[in-house]
Design a protein around this ligand. Structure first.
Ligand SMILES: Nc1ncnc2c1ncn2[C@@H]1O[C@H](COP(=O)(O)OP(=O)(O)OP(=O)(O)O)[C@@H](O)[C@H]1O
Ligand SMILES: [Mg+2]
Length: 158
């Protein structure tokens, strides 16, 4: 749909903060792209905007899921990179937690596309020069609106 170019980590953080400020209960975000493209960086900034101490946010590469408590919403942060089989998704209670209360961020969602909720905002990260291109692919009206909101704010901030 639309893409945002983030020339440096600060730009990824600014996008994450805007996303955090627009979050509503039940929102789901799929974060896709190579290792080290900024997915955790964006989640940390979004969580900070929701009132979570950034020090509390760590990559769930080994824990598979972290939960943070923001001032208005809780945040479930998954990383599916080390999950090999769908059975392991069941073991961590993925289908019960994803899209439930609070906001859900799923790193490496592209590994298990058939297990994702029906509606979500997909963010695809790719390296571009020194920076990152983040493509926004919304599924469902709520997320189309959210993507428009993100782009509009981006425009205002230059
Ligand atoms: N727009 C950007 N331009 C350049 N570097 C960036 C940008 N955004 C984030 N980074 C840097 O990329 C590095 C890796 O970020 P991060 O850990 O968030 O990646 P990740 O996508 O979560 O990786 P993984 O798949 O291993 O979980 C960090 O050092 C971060 O500062
Ligand atoms: Mg990560």
């Amino acid at each position: 749909m639309t893409a945002v170019y983030c020339p440096d980590p600060e730009a990824t953080e600014a996008l994450g903060r805007r996303l955090g400020s627009l979050c509503q209960d039940g929102d789901v975000f799929l974060l896709e792209g190579d290792l080290g493209t900024g997915k955790t960086c964006l989640v940390t900034a979004a969580a900070a905007a929701l009132g979570v101490d950034p020090q509390e946010v760590t990559s769930p590469t080994f824990s598979l899921m972290n939960v943070y408590h923001g001032s208005r919403l809780s945040i479930k942060h998954f990383d599916l990179y080390r999950i090999n089989w769908p059975e392991e998704l069941e073991d961590i209670g993925f289908s019960e937690y994803a899209g439930g209360d609070g906001v859900t961020f799923i790193e490496w969602a592209e590994l298990f596309p058939e297990y994702m909720p029906e509606k979500y905002l997909e963010l695809k990260f790719t390296r571009q020069g020194e920076g990152r291109q983040i493509e926004l692919c919304p599924q469902g009206e709520r997320y189309e609106e959210l993507a428009r909101g993100l782009i509009a704010q981006q425009g205002r901030e230059g």
